[in-house]
Write a protein that binds this ligand. Structure first.
Ligand code: ATP
Ligand code: MG
Ligand code: MG
Ligand code: MG
Length: 444
């Protein structure tokens, strides 16, 4: 407990687990210095620039980044929300190897089909592998290895949140298009086509709920099944100027589709035949596929039906771009120089700023520390004290806007009064208000 004392006082040389978190101790290097950025080429979009500037990511090689502590906190929060939604519809989390045997991929004929997007390697015995870009083969083989299941065991929904590897021809836009990135991928096994459709809808609804909780206004569009294959597919697209997908949306009915699926040049709606299709751009943040028996047929993943006949499983697969969602949210929410997160994902909720070090600031400084301690009780790990009091409030406010705290509290002159008032900047509303201690506690 000797570490908990006064963080702004004589700082202990070796302070472990200091509470509150001190801005001076956070590993949050700004990476916009010349040279560092040069390593990964140009800055191609706002979220990439802001994430480098805010010490959220650090470039390593093309399409690969260090995810720095604040970004990892945001990602862990996102993964927790994803877990809630996936487990809410019966999903069970597992973790599959990234090193995938070429043999599996040859059986599905995707070893050749994937071309140069697949990262390939050999082990010491000359056996070939790829670094998993997706896991339909692996999960289907896992299921098939259990022998023929019973229909009573289905539907089965297995998912993971892991790194995926794709040798993208043009890795760019920071985390939006990496060569090594995090994806949530879920695979479903059902007894019949109808059951598989119900599962498909349940997952789409879970995705819709997730994006609503994040405040991201995604559109669900008809999509191409591409190299994954299957019969039915939708993408969840976040409208954004830098989006690489072209969407066609009907002005009259609910029809919306990725342009890839529509005969080029067509402008009348194929669904209502009344409305015209207008083009917009989107970032693909999620993708759902109804696969049918494409993979269960290859690997023989089957179950006994109620008549005790072996039947192939009807499958679906469902991807979410975890790291892409982080960057996409920053892309659409932020201003040119201030990071804004969906409230639920902000790495830290509150930053408290004591005044610049000077004469007669001691009292305000201890007030700020004390405030951090009380806030920390109900918001464990979410409160940062910007103890760099050699810097002006203005400079530290600017830094705070680079990390995107939903609330910044300035303990300034108005806090020196008998009834102290704290200056609270709420990022979401853009409003600054002066609140008493009780008012502050109510707000947070
Ligand atoms: P894109 O069209 O952008 O290349 P994709 O269609 O190849 O994506 P899927 O195979 O559908 O991607 O993968 C599921 C999800 O994984 C995507 O919807 C996307 O959110 C995410 N994702 C795919 N590729 C990348 C990447 N290179 N970097 C970050 N996220 C990605
Ligand atoms: Mg792709
Ligand atoms: Mg795509
Ligand atoms: Mg896709």
């Amino acid at each position: 407990s000797s570490c908990v004392g006064s963080p702004l006082g004589a700082s202990p040389v070796h302070a472990i687990g200091t509470s509150p978190l001190l801005a001076s101790r956070l590993f949050q290097p700004s990476n916009l210095r010349e040279g560092i950025v040069g390593r990964t080429g140009e800055i191609t979009c706002k979220s990439q620039r802001l994430m480098l500037l805010g010490g959220l990511i650090h470039p390593s090689n093309p399409g690969c980044y260090y995810y720095l502590p604040a970004a990892v906190r945001a990602m862990e929060k996102l993964v927790r929300l994803i877990d809630q939604e996936m487990q809410g519809i019966g999903g069970q989390k597992l973790d599959m190897p990234s090193l995938c045997a070429a043999e599996l991929w040859r059986r599905s004929e995707r070893w050749d089909l994937m071309g140069s997007e697949l990262f390939r390697l050999k082990d010491r015995h000359g056996a070939e592998y790829c670094l998993g870009p997706t896991h339909e083969e692996a999960v289907t083989e896992l299921l098939a290895s259990q022998g023929t299941l019973s229909y009573r065991q289905l539907p089965l929904l297995l998912y993971q949140v892991t790194r995926k590897f794709r040798d993208e021809p043009k890795p760019k836009f920071g985390l939006l298009r990496g060569r090594e990135f995090y994806m949530k991928d879920m695979y479903s096994f059902d007894t019949s086509e109808e059951a598989a459709h119900l599962t498909y809808q349940a997952v789409c609804q879970a995705y819709t709920r997730l994006f609503a909780r994040l405040g991201l206004h995604c559109v669900q569009v008809q999509a191409d099944t591409g190299k994954i294959g299957g019969k039915l597919s939708h993408e969840f697209q976040l409208p954004a100027e830098i989006g690489e997908d072209r969407l066609l949306i009907c002005g009259n009915c609910a029809f919306s589709a990725n342009m890839e699926t529509i005969e080029p040049g067509k402008t009348d709606c194929p669904q209502c035949h009344k409305g015209t299709l207008t083009e917009s751009k989107g970032i693909e943040v999620g993708h759902t596929f109804y696969l049918g028996t494409k993979y269960s047929h290859i690997f023989n993943a089957s179950h006994y039906n109620a008549q005790n006949k072996p039947v192939l499983a009807e499958m679906g697969c469902f991807g979410l771009g975890v790291t892409r969602i982080l960057a996409a949210a920053i892309e659409v929410f932020s201003t040119t120089d201030a990071v804004r997160w969906p409230g639920l994902l902000a790495p830290y909720q509150v930053c408290v700023l004591p005044p610049k070090r000077g004469s007669k600031t001691e009292q305000l400084t201890s007030l700020a520390e004390e405030l951090c301690h009380s806030l920390g009780k109900s918001m464990k790990g979410e409160v940062v004290l910007d103890d760099r009091t050699q810097l002006t409030i203005g400079k530290r406010l600017k830094d705070a806007s680079r990390l995107g705290y939903p609330y910044v509290i300035v303990v300034g002159q108005s806090a020196a009064k008998e009834q102290p008032l704290f200056e609270v900047c709420c990022q979401q509303s853009g409003k600054t208000q002066f609140l008493s201690r009780d008012g502050l506690m109510d707000l947070l």
